[in-house]
Structures are given as C-alpha cells and as structure tokens.
Design a protein around this ligand. Structure first.
Ligand code: BG6
Length: 496
C-alpha cells in the first residue's frame, strides 16, 4: 500500500455503540498492522468526562469480544495518538474547544494533517454538527499549508426521500459532495468488492449476464440476531429502511450495473446511479403480492409496544426498466431473528428451450465467503443420468488470503481519499425513490404484517413471491463453503 497522508481523525460519539463495536477495533487492528500514517492522531469527542484511559479500555474490551487480544505496544501507540475533547456537540460555542485541540496538534507537529470528521452519532444530529464544523472553518484545511477536510457519515441517510433530500442539502451547506464520505459498510466487504471483478473479468459470465441468459436474481440478508436493544432506532427504521434501502440495493446495483467506462470511482458511481435510477418497485395494485412484510413473534414484547407494526422482515420484487434486464425479476429479502446469519446473491441462469434446465451461481457474501456454481453433469456410471454438482471457490481455502474487516477498509479508503466504496448522494436518493412507494403502501392497513416464529426463515408466504419463476430461496438448503447441497429442487438426481 502506498504510504497514507498524515491525518487527524475526530470521532464524534467515541464511546457510542458504533465506535465500540466497529470503529475502535478497526483502529486497533490497523495500528497493530502498522497500516496507519506515521503522523496520525485521534480526537475523541465526548461529553461524559471520558478519559484516554477509558477509551483504551473500550478498545481492549471490543477487541477481546471479537476473540482477539491486544498487545501493549499497539495500545501505547494508540495512547499517544489519542486525545479527548470534552464538549457538548449541541452547543455552537463549544466547537471552539475542538478547533483549539486540532490546531494545537497541527502546531505541535508543524505539519498539516488531513482533517477527518467521523460522525458516529444519531443522524438527527448530522445537520447541526456539520453546520458548526463549517462555522469554525473546520471544513477546510489547516494553517500550515494545504490539507483536506473530509466528513464521514453512517447510514441512515434520512428516513425517507424528503428527509434524505434535506440532509443532502444541509450537509452541502458546509461540505462539498467531494468531501462527504457516506459509509455503507457492505460496500467495503471483500466479497462485495469482488462482484465487479468477478462479473467483468470473466468472459464466461460477462457475456451471459443479461435478460437473455438470466431468469432471475435473488438477494438474501438473513440475520439470526434480533434488534439487540436498539429499540428507538429500529422502531423508526424497520427492515426495509435498515437493510434494503441501503446495503441490499447497493449490492443489486453492483450485480446488474453496466460495465463502467473505467474501473475508477467516478465511472463506477455513474454506472451504479444509472442502474439504480432504472429500478422499478411493484405497481400499487401489485404491492400486496410482490412485497411481504413480517415481524418476529417476540418483537412486540421486546419493544414494549403491543401495537408496533414495524417490520423485522421484508421481501420485495423489483424489475429494471432498461433493455438489458427487461422482464427479469429481482428478489430481495432480509430479516432479523431468522434461522442463520447469511448474506448471499444467487443468479439463476436459464435456457429458453429447456426451462427445467438451470445453472445457478451463488456469491456468498458472509459467512463462509465464496462463490458456488451449480452445474449439471453426467452421473458417472453405466446409466445415462444427469446430476447436479457444485463447483466451489472458498476464500478460507485459498492460502494466504486474509481480508480486512469492512471498517478497516472504510478507514483506509478515507485516509487515502478513495471514494469508490462510498455511496454518492445520487445513489442514496435513487434508493429512497425505489423504496418510497413500498413504504407508503406499508403504512396503510391493506398490507398484512405476517408474524413469524423466531429462528425460522421468516413468513412462509415469502416463498410465494418466487412462484412466477417456479423458484425457491436457495439459501435454506444450499450450504456454501461448508456442507454441500443435499436436497435443492432440481439438484437431486434426474432420471432422464
Ligand atoms: C447495519 C444495520 O447497517 O447492518 C443492522 O443497521 C445490521 O441492523 C447490520 O445488523 C448488519 O451488518 P453485518 O455486517 O453484520 O451483516
């Protein structure tokens, strides 16, 4: 990796949930692997009298909870890099404290540092914090020369189309689009990054990746965990907003977008934006049959609201209004408290003359990362029988492969100013345009909320979504990079 420019990372919400679970362990591992710039400082913003020692303790705890241990050398490196500004981020005057700290660090080093501001705080506060950063000129470089100021924000980017539009507008009041890094941590997962390479570097697939060869596409993001105490957040969000509007539409875009003119950030974003703007949600009169919402059995009790209609499961069908994908159904589903944690994309190939004859390709995003191709072969023996077999590529079996955690990748990319894996405002707004009609339909009582048992695969009715392609969600029976398929429909012996 080329050396990274010196930087100062200010984390708003350094003791919060996101920082503890993702950011701090990612920083620890990057520091441990010596992947951070030589001149690198971290400023934690907190108003609870937090000390550097407290943050170090949080780092140790979060690294331990992920099954690793911390070494003293890395911890003392982080200790010298870290300082805390105790301030109330809702009070404009207190931003002078932050500015003083950042200026003092740059003065003591005598160099300019790129100023990175990570807002690991509720999105309702983004607008106000950003405006105050701007009013203290923290949106520009430092006094020792030229450096950049970059803003990192986490989803949710708004609550619906209108709020997303006003968020875009309010952030632009202080930071340019170029300076804003909208994190979608799924885009930083190694297996997601591989989608474009796999599609465009293998002529076998790049030439058959369209409506003439593909019957349908299925994306599943199942989680075995529930909402883990995030009651207020989840009650406002629900599964459609939380996973589909962001992560899963981004994945669908990578799976279906045209080849970018160049494999670099602007061209990739242009191709992605074009695809997203062609995606069509179900028409009003199809909402009931082409979207499904569910809630796990114990949810209402968990959120102490017997009236809650928040969906913890969502499955939808989309189509694309473009010549390449016309008529190809694209199914997306996600849910909490399901049987297993698994995220994957399955592309089902068709043969127009013999519709029963299919191949499918599964990109397993997590866990057991890999790619599986289901093929039909002659069953060895005297008889002329056909059987289905799997060809697997498993990351775990590829020697020497260890991929960075998504948040490590996010931090490295923002340090080097590479925006490829961050969502643009146009992408975010296009994703809201797709989900908005579904959200509106779900607000009415016409759409049933299916209650499903915890630790199952969600409402049984979601299988009906695939009836028109005579398909099934393969996730339930397909074991990628672990146990092999036993009973997938069409994968058993065929007596012809
Ligand atoms: C987050 C959602 O964006 O992604 C969470 O808000 C979800 O509800 C999480 O659990 C899933 O991320 P991962 O990387 O564990 O699949």
């Amino acid at each position: 990796m080329t050396p990274l420019e010196p930087a100062i990372l200010t984390i708003f919400g350094i003791t919060g949930d996101l920082a503890q679970r993702k950011l701090l362990p990612a920083l620890y591992h990057l520091a441990h692997d010596k992947l951070l710039p030589e001149s690198f400082k971290i400023v934690g913003v907190s108003r609870r009298g937090t000390t550097v020692k407290d943050v170090l303790k949080l780092i140790e705890e979060s690294v331990h909870s992920n099954g690793s241990s911390c070494d003293e050398v890395t911890l003392s490196w982080l200790e010298q890099a870290l300082s805390i500004v105790d301030m109330d981020i809702t009070k404009p005057d207190e931003y002078a404290l932050l500015k003083r700290e950042i200026d003092a660090i740059e003065d003591s080093l005598g160099v300019c540092l790129n100023r990175l501001f990570y807002l690991a705080i509720p999105s309702a506060l983004f607008g106000a914090v950003v405006e105050r950063l701007g009013s203290k000129d923290l949106n520009t470089g430092c006094q020792h020369g030229v450096a950049e100021s970059r803003l990192l924000i986490e989803k949710p980017f708004g609550y619906d189309l209108e709020s997303a539009q006003s968020l875009v507008k309010s952030l632009r009041g202080s930071f340019t689009e170029e300076q804003i890094y909208r994190i979608d941590h799924y885009l930083a997962k190694e297996t997601v990054q591989n989608i474009l390479t796999f599609r465009f570097e293998n002529p076998l697939f790049s030439q058959s990746w369209d409506k003439d060869h593909i019957s349908h596409i299925m994306i599943t993001a199942a989680e075995s965990i529930g909402i883990e105490g995030r009651v207020a957040f989840y009650e406002q969000m629900g599964a459609l907003r939380d996973l589909i509007q962001s992560h899963l539409l981004q994945i669908l875009a990578l799976v279906t977008m045209d080849k970018p003119t160049e494999m670099e950030a602007d061209a990739i974003h242009r191709a992605k934006e074009e695809l997203l703007s062609s995606l069509v949600p179900p028409a009003d009169d199809k909402m009931e049959s082409e979207t499904i919402r569910g809630q796990y059995e114990t949810y209402k009790k968990e959120v102490s609201s017997s009236h809650s209609k928040t969906e913890t499961y969502a499955a939808i069908k989309l189509t694309a209004d473009n010549p390449k994908w016309h008529g190809v159904p694209m199914y997306i589903r996600t849910g909490k408290s399901l049987k297993e944690k698994v995220t994957e994309v399955t592309v089902v190939f068709k043969d127009a003359d013999t519709p029963e004859c299919t191949n499918y390709l599964t990109i397993r995003i997590q866990p057991n990362e890999g790619i599986v191709l289901n093929l039909r072969i002659k069953k060895p023996g005297f008889e002329s029988k056909i059987e289905n077999v799997q060809m697997d590529f498993c990351y775990s079996e590829k020697l020497g492969v260890s991929h960075p955690d998504a948040y490590e990748r996010v931090l490295v990319d923002v340090l080097r100013g590479d925006k490829t894996l961050f969502a643009t405002s146009n992408e975010v707004l296009a994703c809201w345009r797709i989900t908005e009609p579904i959200l509106r339909a779900w607000q009415t009582d016409r759409q049933p909320l299916h209650i499903y048992k915890n630790a199952t695969w969600g409402p049984e009715v979601s299988d009906k979504l695939l009836a028109e392609v005579s398909g099934e969600w393969l996730t339930e029976v397909l074991h990628v990079c672990s146990v092999h398929v036993t009973n997938v429909k069409g994968a058993s012996d065929d007596n012809r």
